[in-house]
Write a protein that binds this ligand. Structure first.
Ligand SMILES: Nc1ncnc2c1ncn2[C@@H]1O[C@H](COP(=O)(O)O)[C@@H](O)[C@H]1OP(=O)(O)O
Ligand SMILES: [Mg+2]
Ligand SMILES: [Mg+2]
Ligand SMILES: [Mg+2]
Length: 349
């Protein structure tokens, strides 16, 4: 199997980072601060990013990393940094061998942790090996106890080769009905993974990485009117009015399921939903590569097609953003064209 080591490291790194985010959710203080674009970031985002980068640097020291967060806010506020440091040093896998031999064990000091967080500052691009990290995708979902995902993808020369999504609040059961309900109790927590050309799998977030995943696939739909849409919770992230018109034109009567984060990609990849629409709201917003790299590969390896609203494949080679794409349409390959056509009619593109 190609990229076997990368997949193992990525799965274990995501698994460990998700232990940290779950710990933060269980604690009362989330250490939420506002970023310059008014979006929230928590101690969970910083801690998860530090742990993932530590594992990548140990195993693949020459690889570049594009990660969402930076340590500047922590360098300005030592009590916030201390809070993150306590989490980072206290989080390890149960499997001691995997923790030490694969992930490289703990981070040594608070300063090392801050430096690790800042190692996610690559400009990205079309050449070489570049990892994309979203330590918590859907921070707003995370804060309200809804869906969120710990996301990691490896690109080689601009092409996504490995994708891993840890979704602590999705049901483990691939056959569970897609719903917007929220919860983090028993039976929740799943990791979706894919390697290019080798299919997509899911397995519980809590089991050891050596356990084989189960193969997942998109639902075979012949009648689009029976399909279900997956959309963002946040109206500011996707145009829900346009999506409603598209649904109507396709004859879809079921209400959209709204959930935060790349949990949407994972959900349709395992056939729990059918179509993920993310329709441009503003002319200027550029989607970030860490919000799509893992999900794009997982859906395509599960039998789906992913394009933007102009029908172009997502292009991860333009730097930290999907500068040459607008919006996202992810659907089973057999019906993607049909959906794209209606999207283009409604958006007049
Ligand atoms: N105006 C926007 N349009 C689309 N996506 C956005 C916008 N603002 C933020 N996002 C990103 O959408 C992602 C969550 O997506 P979803 O709605 O599918 O849960 C977050 O990563 C968030 O980025 P950020 O982390 O910078 O806030
Ligand atoms: Mg995100
Ligand atoms: Mg994030
Ligand atoms: Mg964010």
């Amino acid at each position: 199997m190609s990229y076997a080591k990368e997949l193992l490291v990525a799965q274990l790194a995501v698994q460990r980072a998700a232990r940290l985010t779950k710990q933060v959710f269980a604690d009362s203080a989330k250490g939420t601060v506002s970023k310059s674009d008014a979006s929230p970031v928590t101690i969970g985002d910083f801690g998860a990013q530090a742990l993932i980068i530590a594992a990548l640097k140990k195993n693949f020291p020459d690889d570049e990393i594009v990660a969402e967060e930076e340590a500047a806010k922590l360098r300005e506020d030592d009590s916030l940094a201390e809070h993150v440091w306590n989490l980072v040093k206290g989080t390890r896998l149960d499997d001691e061998k995997a923790e030490k031999e694969v992930l490289g064990g703990s981070v040594q000091s608070k300063d090392e942790m801050l430096d690790l967080i800042d190692k996610g500052d690559s400009k990205g691009g079309r050449s070489g090996r570049i990892w994309a990290i979203d330590p918590i995708d859907g921070t707003k979902g995370f804060l309200r106890g809804g869906q969120y995902a710990v996301c990691l993808g490896l690109m080689v020369d601009g092409d996504v080769k490995v994708g891993v999504l840890g979704c602590p609040n999705l049901p483990v059961d691939d056959a569970a009905e897609l719903s917007a309900d929220i919860g983090n109790g028993e039976g929740r927590g799943v990791i979706f993974s894919a390697v290019q050309g080798e299919g997509a799998t899911s397995r519980p977030l809590t089991t050891g990485a050596l356990e084989e995943g189960k193969r997942i696939g998109m639902k075979k739909i012949t009648d689009l009117s029976a399909a279900s849409f997956c959309e963002s919770v946040e109206a500011g992230h996707s145009n829900q009015g346009d999506a409603a018109q598209i649904a109507q034109k396709l004859g879809i009567t079921r209400p959209s399921v709204r959930m935060d984060s790349q949990a949407k990609y994972g959900s349709i990849a395992r056939g729990a939903g059918d179509i993920y629409l993310r329709l441009p709201v503003s002319k200027t917003y550029q989607e970030k590569i860490w919000d799509h790299a893992a999900g794009d590969l997982i859906v395509r390896e599960a039998g789906g097609q992913v394009t933007d609203v102009l029908g172009r494949r997502l292009d991860f080679g333009h730097g930290r953003t999907l500068a040459e794409n607008k919006g996202v349409i992810a659907a089973p390959a057999a019906v993607h064209d049909q959906v794209l056509k209606v999207v283009q009619e409604v958006l007049s593109v």
